[in-house]
Each structure stands twice: as structure tokens, then as C-alpha cells.
Design a protein around this ligand. Structure first.
Ligand code: SF4
Ligand code: SF4
Ligand code: SF4
Ligand code: FES
Length: 588
């Protein structure tokens, strides 16, 4: 690392060569306002001009998020010229902005409002014509409102970086420019995966999840038996909604909050994850024994299922037929649980709290029903749950740690918890497949080879004398080469885990916002480590569990002995398995 000498406001500093002015200034303790940059220049288009500073060696003002530091550079952040320029940049953005902040769901998390306040921008400095608006609320997952878009391009970059297929782009020219799927089509008419990665980086309310909080209000008002379940990744992020450090595990407080919100039952989707492993591991073993289609690929990520249906419809039989964990749990709640409790399934309303916007769409898939009823009735993101808790006046930090309800579908193992991170489903499945094939538990329990954030992870295991090669991929950019090999008939793998979001659900599109411009200087390093911290929250909960393999969950054993028979039985198939669409519009 070579160091260079710079001055900021006349004060000398030594900083790493190659940094942008914005990064160098942060290291020296200055926070320059920014909007279009996301993480250390990631997603940065240098387009918003909110980060302008004066620097020697440059002609005039420069965008500090893209301009590199140089030996001897003198930087002025607070000169009258730089201060005025930044304020003017924000005022120009505001002049083409729909300023209905009071109604905007982003209020409180809006980076534009934040920089307006920081720069002293006045709302109506440049009134005039506005770009015509597109409002797309067709899908159940995402709302796109171009009247709030500042054309920062973060969403365009994130979609491209994660999935390599760039659903979003800049349409039209000049004053008519908007960010949209090609041809300004609705997300519903594009091969968008509905993963919400774009939503998670949008600094304003231009891209938002479609809220379903009102559905819970309606179900409770109608006297339904309202059951809530929460996905593993939610507990690793929900605390951030209440100012807690990233990666603070809040499982007990979350259960306590849900009970105080008036749900009739509070369960953990980890039970459904354990059930998924029982079905999926046994499906894999049956495919291996019976010469079925291999490699088999996990199917619990609806963003990934969307991608497979859109781009690899000819390979769709490689997907496990298992429903995702919350859908399995919903199906069991509306059958087994309903029978045991003497409740008409029509009176049960299942709410899933998920890290995911694609799950909102998934719950509406026609194949995800049991006896004509949807397995899941409403899906809220982690952010929506945060809003619901705040709306109810609950002081989250002061809540005691409570358990989930324990009856019938209340117990879970550590294997269920790690579903929320890339490699977790594979590891959970291997724990159970090892037991099924070897007749004993895998000694070390952890399959560490499948952990970490490398784009594609590979490993080979010998199970019952047979070599099994596996792969784990996250982000569709990494899934593509694996799928191309399958299509070409040259895949070396037996079993593959694919999750849509980079890092898996801990970094899902419905998780708490990581807001670069709202982070304090001392927290800024979190941008590099937030996924590690959220993953650590899940792995530590796994380590704390007495039971860490899905097949050892006593209520799962009871469910099979009393109701389902055995994994992959006729009844299990009826309730827990699904089908896919192989001829959804094909994009090659
Ligand atoms: S939801 Fe996902 S696939 Fe669709 S535009 Fe956003 S990032 Fe891209
Ligand atoms: S939709 Fe959001 S992230 Fe995308 S360009 Fe507009 S403001 Fe930026
Ligand atoms: S990885 Fe998780 S959060 Fe992302 S689309 Fe899949 S299920 Fe949803
Ligand atoms: S131009 Fe630097 S943050 Fe936008």
C-alpha cells in the first residue's frame, strides 16, 4: 500500500494512493454528501453532482466519488464555491422530483431528503416542467414510480452486478430520460426476477416493495385465525430497523414483538426449512438411486426459480420439486395444524415475514395452493415488519426475549437457521443426506467447504462409498455458467444450491437498508462487512441449538409418523411439492 500526501481544508493527511477523494476524505474524518455512489464507488455513475468539491490539479469542481486523490492535492470541501455547488445540484434534482414526502414510504430512510438537509437545499429553487411519470404497480412485489427517480443508476448497476442480465436501463434521452425495463415495460412484462436487489439500493422512493400490511389489518378485523412465521434471515437484520448494530441477532425480541402485534400464533419458518430438508434430501437420494435427473438443484429461492423459468425452461426438471420452506409451513398450517386444532382452513390466515420481495409474488403462484387455498396469504419484508412494530408503539429494544410458540410446528434445528445464507441449504441437506446414507451423524456437523461468499463454491464428498460433487452459487451471474453446462450436458455435479441474491437471503431485497449516506463515519466500514455480520448471526444461532440436523427435529418426526407417512410419500407430495413452468417466455 503506497501512501500519498494530500491536504483537506489546509490540514495535511497521508492516505492510500488510488482512493477517490470521497473515500480518502472519509478516512480523514470528513463526510462529503453523496447520492449516486453506493459502496466505495460501487454503482457510482458520477452523475448526481451532490459530492462536488474543489481540488487542485482539477479544472473547477470535481465529483469526489469518482475523482482520484493525487500527490500534493489540496481539497476544499467547505469553500463557499463547493458548498453552493452541492446545494445547487440537490436543488436541481428536487426541481424534477415529486415532493410528496409525507405520503412517501421512504420517508425516514430517504437519502435525497438527507442530502437536502445537509446541503441546505430549498425545495422550490428551480420550478418548471417535469418529466412525464410512469407508475408501475402491476407485480405483487415492486412499485416503480419514476416521479421520485433521481437517475442515479444505482439500481441499474446492482441488477447488472448481481445477475449479469441488466433488466433496468436508461430509456429515452435528455429531459425524457427514465430508468425502466426495456421499452418502459412493466416489471410484469419483463424477465425481472422480482428479487428487489434494485429496491435495496435505491436512495429514494422510486423503487419500493408493495406493502401488504393492510392485509393483516383486514384479516385481524375479520376475526381470522392469523398465524405469523418468520424466515431465518429476518432475525439477522430486523434489529437494524431499530438502530441496532448490523448482525445483532434479535430472535427473542422478534418473537415477543410479533406476539404483541396480536398474531394468534407466532412460529418460525425454520420448522418449514427442516421439513424442506427432509423432502429435498430424500428426493436427491431417490434421484441418485433410481437414475433420476441430475444434478438436482434447490428450489427455495423464488428469484432463482423465476430465472430458471425465464432463461432455462428446457432444464426445469433439474429443479427439486420441493416448495420453499414458508410455503411448506403454510400448507402444513392449513392441513395438519387446522385438523389438530379443529379450525376450518378457510379461517386461517398465514403471514410470512421474509427478507425477500420475490416471495410476495411466489405466494400468488397458482401451484402453491392446498385444497384450493393459498398456502400463504400475505408476505411482509423485514422492513415492513419494522414499520409495523413502530406503528404499534412497541419499544423493540426493551422487549424481553421470548420463544416462538412451541406446539405442533414450533421446534426447529440449527440446520433450519442457516437456510438464510448462501451455502446454508446445501449444508443442511448434507447433514441429513449423510445420516440417511451412512446411518450415523456427520462428526464435525459443519460442512465448512460450502460457507463464505465466493461466487461459486465447489466440493466433493464421499457418501456411502459414492463420490458426490456439489456446487453452490448466489447471484444469477454465477448461476449462468452452471446452467449453461447443464444445458450442454456436461455438468459434473450431483447437487447444486442456487440462491438469487448475492450472499443469499441475508442480503435479500427486503432486508433493512444499508444506507451509505446515512451511516456515520465510524460505521462506514460496515459496507464491507455487513453480509459477514448477518451470516455470523445465523451461524451462531445454529451453534447454540441442541439439535442441529433436520431429521432430529422431534415435531418433524411426529408430523411424519402421525400425518405424512414418510418423506416423498403421496401425501407429502400433495402438500409439500410443486410444479414449474417450462415455457414461460424464454430469454437465451
Ligand atoms: S428486481 Fe432484481 S431482477 Fe428485477 S430489476 Fe430489480 S434487481 Fe433486476
Ligand atoms: S430508481 Fe432509484 S436507484 Fe434507480 S436510478 Fe432511480 S433513484 Fe436511482
Ligand atoms: S435469495 Fe432469498 S431473498 Fe433473494 S430472492 Fe431468493 S429467497 Fe428471496
Ligand atoms: S456524483 Fe458523486 S455521489 Fe453522485
Amino acid at each position: 500500500m503506497s501512501l500519498i500526501n494530500i491536504k483537506i481544508e489546509g490540514i495535511p493527511y497521508q492516505v492510500e494512493a488510488g482512493l477517490t477523494i470521497l473515500e480518502a476524505a472519509r478516512q480523514c474524518g470528513y463526510d462529503i454528501p453523496s447520492l449516486c455512489t453506493f459502496n466505495h464507488g460501487q454503482c457510482s455513475q458520477g452523475s448526481c453532482r451532490v459530492c462536488l468539491v474543489e481540488a487542485t490539479g482539477a479544472r473547477g469542481l470535481v465529483a469526489s466519488c469518482v475523482y482520484p486523490v493525487a500527490e500534493g492535492m489540496e481539497i476544499r470541501i467547505s469553500s463557499p464555491k463547493a458548498v453552493k455547488a452541492r446545494r445547487t445540484s440537490v436543488e436541481l434534482i428536487l426541481s424534477n422530483h415529486n415532493k410528496n414526502c409525507q405520503q412517501c414510504a421512504k420517508n425516514g430512510n430517504c437519502e435525497l431528503l438527507n442530502v437536502a438537509q445537509l446541503t441546505g437545499a430549498r425545495e422550490n429553487a428551480f420550478e418548471g416542467a417535469k418529466t412525464p411519470t410512469t407508475y408501475d404497480e402491476v407485480t405483487p412485489s415492486i412499485i416503480r414510480d419514476t416521479s421520485k427517480c433521481i437517475l442515479c443508476g444505482r439500481c441499474v448497476a446492482r441488477c447488472q452486478e448481481a445477475h449479469g442480465n441488466g433488466i433496468l436501463g436508461f430509456e429515452n434521452r435528455g429531459f425524457s430520460t427514465i430508468v425502466a425495463p426495456a421499452g418502459n415495460r412493466s416489471f410484469a412484462d419483463s424477465p425481472c426476477l422480482l428479487c428487489g436487489q434494485c429496491v435495496s439500493v435505491c436512495p429514494t422512493g422510486a423503487l419500493m416493495e408493495k406493502s401488504e400490511i393492510y392485509k393483516i389489518d383486514e384479516a385481524m378485523a375479520a376475526g381470522k385465525h392469523v398465524i405469523v412465521q418468520t424466515a431465518p434471515a429476518v432475525r439477522a437484520s430486523l434489529g437494524e430497523e431499530f438502530g441496532m448494530k448490523v448482525g445483532t441477532p434479535v430472535t427473542g425480541k422478534m418473537a415477543a414483538a410479533l406476539r404483541r402485534l396480536g398474531f394468534d400464533k407466532v412460529y418460525d419458518t425454520n420448522f418449514g426449512a427442516d421439513l424442506t430438508i427432509m423432502e429435498e434430501a430424500n428426493e436427491l437420494l431417490a434421484r441418485i438411486k433410481n437414475g433420476g435427473i441430475l444434478p438436482m438443484i434447490t428450489s427455495c429461492s423464488p428469484g432463482w426459480v423465476n430465472y430458471a423459468e425465464y432463461y432455462y425452461g428446457d432444464c426445469i426438471d433439474h429443479l427439486s420439486s420441493c416448495k420453499s420452506p414458508h410455503e411448506m409451513e403454510g400448507a402444513i398450517l392449513k392441513s395438519y395444524y387446522a385438523e389438530k386444532n379443529g379450525i376450518d382452513p378457510k379461517d386461517i390466515f398465514v403471514v410470512s415475514i421474509m427478507p425477500c420481495t420475490a416471495k410476495k409474488y411466489e405466494k400468488d403462484r397458482p401451484a402453491l395452493t392446498t385444497n384450493g387455498l393459498k398456502d400463504v396469504d400475505a408476505v411482509l419484508t423485514t422492513r415492513e415488519l419494522g414499520n409495523l412494530i413502530k406503528r404499534s408503539g412497541i419499544n423493540f429494544a426493551k422487549l424481553p426475549d421470548e420463544d416462538f410458540d412451541q406446539d405442533l410446528v414450533g421446534t426447529y434445528t440449527g440446520a433450519g437457521v442457516i437456510f438464510g445464507v448462501t451455502g446454508g441449504v446445501m449444508e443442511a441437506a448434507l447433514r441429513t443426506a449423510y445420516f440417511a446414507l451412512e446411518g450415523k451423524e456427520y462428526g464435525p456437523i459443519n460442512f465448512t467447504e460450502v460457507r463464505g461468499f465466493e461466487g461459486i463454491k465447489e466440493a466433493t464428498f464421499v457418501l456411502a462409498g459414492q463420490e458426490i460433487k456439489i456446487a453452490v452459487a448466489h447471484g444469477m451471474k454465477n448461476a449462468k455458467p452452471i446452467m449453461d453446462d447443464i444445458r450442454a450436458g456436461k455438468s459434473p455435479y450431483t447437487f447444486i444450491e442456487i440462491m438469487c441474491c448475492p450472499g443469499g437471503c441475508i442480503n435479500g431485497g427486503g432486508q433493512s437498508y444499508i444506507r451509505p449516506s446515512l451511516l456515520k463515519n465510524e460505521d462506514i466500514d460496515i459496507l464491507d462487512t455487513y453480509m459477514d455480520k448477518r451470516a455470523a448471526a445465523l451461524y451462531s444461532e445454529d451453534e447454540r441449538q441442541t439439535l442441529r440436523q433436520s431429521h432430529n427435529n422431534p415435531q418433524i418426526q411426529q408430523l411424519y409418523s402421525e400425518y405424512l407417512g414418510e418423506p416423498n410419500s403421496h401425501k407429502a407430495h400433495e402438500l409439500l411439492h410443486t410444479t414449474y413452468v417450462s415455457d414461460r417466455v424464454r430469454f437465451k
